[in-house]
Design a protein around this ligand. Structure first.
Ligand code: THU
Length: 130
């Protein structure tokens, strides 16, 4: 299954009663596994858990460790950009050159790299003197 098909399908399962904004994410790990996630909100923290974070959690739970490519889709006027927290989470598990494809349900898409999305990322190397 393509990342687009998988993210489109899992988006239908999103639990987004507060924002009404359903998001789906799918990633391929470097080991070849396909992992998906959708956003899951809750009344105390209505922003809940993002779709990208869900897909990363599924990857880790399945025993894979690195992202080879990731795609996110929502019914937005322009390709949906991952939030700041998700950019850092993606950067934890993906090399800077890894493609991140942002899609709309209308068929628009924009492919960027992890480095495009999070320039100057805080990394382990920044703690070398600790
Ligand atoms: N959301 C995601 O799941 N991923 C994104 O990249 C942007 C935002 C979700 C979080 C929340 O459930 C809803 O969209 C509105 O912020």
């Amino acid at each position: 299954m393509t990342l687009l098909a998988a993210a489109t399908k899992v988006r239908e399962n999103a639990y987004a009663p507060y924002s009404r904004f359903k998001v789906g994410a799918a990633l391929r790990s470097t080991a070849g596994g396909l992992h998906v996630g959708c956003n899951v909100e809750n009344v105390a923290y209505p922003e809940g858990t993002c779709a990208e974070a869900g897909a990363i959690a599924a990857m880790i739970a399945a025993g894979d460790r690195r992202i080879a490519e990731i795609l996110v889709i929502a019914d937005s006027p322009a390709p949906v950009p991952p939030c700041g927290g998700c950019r850092q989470k993606i950067a934890e598990f993906a090399d800077p050159t890894v493609p991140v494809t942002l899609c709309t349900t209308d068929g628009a898409s924009l492919t960027m790299t992890v480095a495009d999305l999070l320039p100057g990322a805080f990394t382990l190397a920044h703690m070398d003197k600790a």
